[in-house]
Design a protein around this ligand. Structure first.
Ligand code: BGC
Length: 761
């Protein structure tokens, strides 16, 4: 009886939410229709225009070219303008001096935090902790909205399997299932449950689509793939973000099937609108429309009309819409319905954000002064960062370090602040991050025995370092000869028990337009590392990176390696917490690390081929392999060590077969068999043994992060249904096919227990 009442109460709640939503929609439609009935064609086109503000000053808000355009109703929004004072000044021009007083929307690349920077997205994905990731996005939204911003160009959900591509740092790695969970978590984190609140901001999912599959890992390069691969391996995270309610989506720079994404009707209308029912608006990437001229699609007028017709609503920076659509309308190349539709979607977004009700709702000086870069947010940043580090090797339990040890801290990233932040930290203050040296001193206090020496520059090549300068600020260099620098590091090592080498990539060695053909440590750092190893003292390599590196020599020669990515504002403290054992590392890789760049693209969920290698073999003639290297990665997807160890029981299934409407319970017992308390991410994979199209050798289908005290055991259960076994067949229908499935559970994709079951008809 009670459950009956609960059921009816639930139905009533759902119905009343639906009615409320319909009422809100009806109100919004009436408001937007009424407004649009008053708008001229020019004013409508103005809404589709998104200039970049540079860093406009408050005076310029009124006097500049942009100020004049806003007054004339030729601007729909602005991005890259920072601070309440400036945003308020610009908004004032829009709502007090333009004819229809339509407020502007203010965007920014708030990618992994606002002023409190969290680790780069690739690092965050290695936490496999959705609540934590959502929390980082929520804090980013709180800080950004306190400073005038209501729209972020995030999450970036592009699947990437090529570590040469610098933008791998901005996404969640190589797996569509993990990527989809993170996409949802981030959209919820930014938008909350109510976009009209003043501490939530609108998400913009990017870069739609397949931007991460650029040929040769070179940024902006051509992408081409079968529809089967697209649907089965690349599209899921965008779809998940759309289903989570993302308010906007950004088209990508690359072409797909010979048509740049920005004019790709298949992507922007057939898939996005018709199949996924996306209700928000589409913005281009930076000059994405103009670039279609270089792609070879025609002049600005032609490409602008192609973009509008394909489904683009807002034009970032290039002003193709603003300057050519009127002519195209007169010439019958676009229709007024197409322009109206785009304008309507942008006005709706502003309505949903509550900007019509209060255009200054994000311009609260008090919030700006009290809610940004707070102690509480910094504390979270420190905790989060420690969860993202991946322990790659730890021979003889070299880590954690004893606090009493005397330590030689060497390397170009040992005493660096700005490089802790990583790429896309546009709102951050570069003087604020905690360096590793400072973090170690903070943790060790007055008893610290640390001898610091830089030992090497990031790269010996000055020009290379100029290319990776942080916002125009060149990297700090030590121009003395390399052997002098190395000698200094060796002197430091001579007086220490242990060497901590802080090496890797500077912040801007990944990110946009930062592809590398050689993904090993730069030679200057290799030379230093080799010299350090020769001392015979134990070396801990602390790697700062924005991508997987090829570090075979290091794996073979260094006893302990921990990858700490670019960990954000609190990186130095968080690394010290882990090095000295206050936090036990638990990160697991979300991308495969190759032995050598020649194996790229290398990813765990590959196909079997008709000539797979025999179990345990690394070369067989006429098999799919290399002459000079095994097929194995250096570190597999899902891999990551802990100071403790975990053992897994065999997998037990509650039945040998399931019908399509039944559930399979997959159970393992995981035991913390080592000497520390710790967290483990238990991963569930499946393999469809026989299907109408070839299926991957393993596919992630579930994961759970558990915390176990030393000696403790826990049963972990996963539920598998036919829904989880679906894939897109060759007619692009999302289906399951009865037959045998293998199921794997373990702490890494290459280290699992195995069982199997049947899916019946
Ligand atoms: C990048 C986007 C970014 C945009 C605005 C582009 O160059 O590709 O990711 O959101 O600039 O800054």
């Amino acid at each position: 009886m009670k459950s009956c009442r609960n059921f009816f109460a639930l139905i009533l709640t759902v119905l009343s939410i639906n009615v409320q939503a319909q009422n809100t929609n009806a109100k919004m439609n009436a408001f937007v229709d009424n407004l649009m009935s008053k708008m001229t064609l020019d004013e409508k086109l103005g809404q589709l225009n998104l200039p970049g503000a540079g860093d406009i000053t408050t005076g310029q808000a009124s006097n500049s070219d942009i100020g004049a355009k806003i007054r004339e109703g030729k601007v729909g929004g602005l991005f890259n303008i920072k601070s309440v004072a400036k945003i308020k000044a610009v908004q004032k021009v829009a709502v007090e001096e333009s004819r229809l007083k339509i407020p502007l929307i203010f965007g920014m690349d708030v990618i992994h935090g606002y002023q409190t920077e969290f680790p780069i997205p690739l690092a965050l994905s290695c936490s496999w902790d959705m609540k934590l990731i959502e929390k980082t996005a929520h804090i980013a939204a709180e800080e950004a909205s306190a400073d005038g911003i209501c729209w972020t160009f995030s999450p970036m959900v592009d699947i990437a399997r090529d570590p040469r591509w610098g933008r791998i740092a901005e996404g969640s790695g190589e797996d569509a299932f993990l990527g989809s969970q993170i996409a949802k978590a981030m959209v919820h984190g930014y938008q909350g449950d109510d976009l009209s609140k003043n501490n939530t901001i609108m998400a913009c999912v990017k870069h739609y689509a397949m931007y991460g599959a650029a040929e040769a890992g070179r940024d902006y390069n051509t992408t081409d793939m079968s529809r089967s691969r697209m649907y089965n391996e690349y599209l899921a995270p965008y779809k998940a973000a759309v289903e989570a309610g993302a308010g906007s989506i950004m088209s990508s720079f690359n072409e797909v099937d010979g048509i740049p994404a920005t004019a790709n009707k298949f992507l922007l209308t057939d898939v996005l609108r018709d199949q996924w029912k996306f209700k928000g608006f589409v913005v281009t990437d930076y000059t994405g429309i103009n670039e279609m001229t270089a792609h070879g699609l025609g002049d600005l007028q032609t490409v602008s009309s192609l973009a509008l017709k394909a489904g683009v609503d807002m034009d970032m920076v290039g002003e193709g819409f603003l300057t050519t659509l009127k002519k195209s309308l007169q010439e019958g190349k676009v229709t007024i319905e197409q322009i109206n539709q785009a304008c309507k979607l942008i006005l709706e977004a502003k309505y949903k954000l509550g900007l019509f009700a209060d255009p200054y709702k994000y311009c609260d000086e008090h919030r700006a002064a009290t809610e940004i870069f707070t102690d509480a947010n910094l504390k979270t940043a420190r905790e989060v960062a420690a969860q993202t580090f991946v322990l790659l090797k730890n021979n003889d339990q070299l880590l954690p370090l004893k606090k009493t040890a005397s330590i030689a801290l060497v390397g170009p990233l040992a005493n660096s602040k700005e490089n802790m932040l990583g790429t896309w930290a546009v709102a951050a203050d570069y003087t604020k991050p905690i360096s590793l040296l400072a973090g170690m001193k903070n943790v060790l206090g007055s008893g610290a025995k640390i001898i610091y020496a830089k030992g090497a520059n990031i790269s010996a090549d000055k020009e290379f370092e100029t290319r990776v300068s942080v916002f125009g600020k060149p990297l700090e260099r030590d121009d003395r000869p390399a052997d002098v620098l190395i000698k200094e590091a060796l002197d430091a090592a001579a007086n220490a028990d242990i060497i901590v080498a802080a090496m890797g990539e500077s912040a801007e060695m990944t990110g946009e337009s930062s592809s590398r053909s050689d993904i090993s440590l730069p030679q200057s750092q290799k030379d230093l590392l080799q010299a350090l190893v020769k001392t015979g003292k134990p070396v801990v390599l602390v790697l700062f990176t924005g991508r997987p590196l090829a570090i075979k020599w290091e794996q073979e020669n260094i006893p302990a390696i921990i990858n700490v990515w670019h960990g954000g504002t609190e990186a130095g403290n968080a690394v010290a917490d882990v090095l000295f054992g206050a936090v036990n590392p638990s990160g697991k890789l979300s991308t495969t690390w190759p032995q050598s760049v020649g194996q790229v693209p290398i990813y765990y969920n590959h196909k079997n081929t008709g000539r797979p290698l025999g179990e345990g073999k690394w070369f067989e003639k006429f098999r799919s392999n290399y002459l000079d290297i095994s097929n194995d990665p250096l570190y597999a997807f899902g891999f990551g060590l802990s100071y403790t160890s975990f053992s897994y029981s065999d997998i037990s299934l509650n039945r040998a077969s399931i019908k399509p409407n039944e559930k399979l319970d997959v159970k393992v017992t995981v035991t913390n068999s080592g000497n520390y308390d710790g967290a483990e991410t238990v991963q569930l994979y499946i393999r469809d043994m026989i299907a109408s199209i070839t299926r991957p050798v393993k596919e992630l289908k579930g994961f759970e992060k558990i915390y176990l005290k030393k000696g403790e055991s826990k049963e972990v259960h996963f539920t598998v249904t036919a829904e989880d076994l679906k894939f897109y067949n060759n007619d692009l229908k999302f289906v399951y096919e009865p037959g045998t499935f293998k199921v794997f559970v373990g702490g890494s994709s290459d280290h699992t227990k195995e069982n199997s079951f049947e899916l019946l008809k």
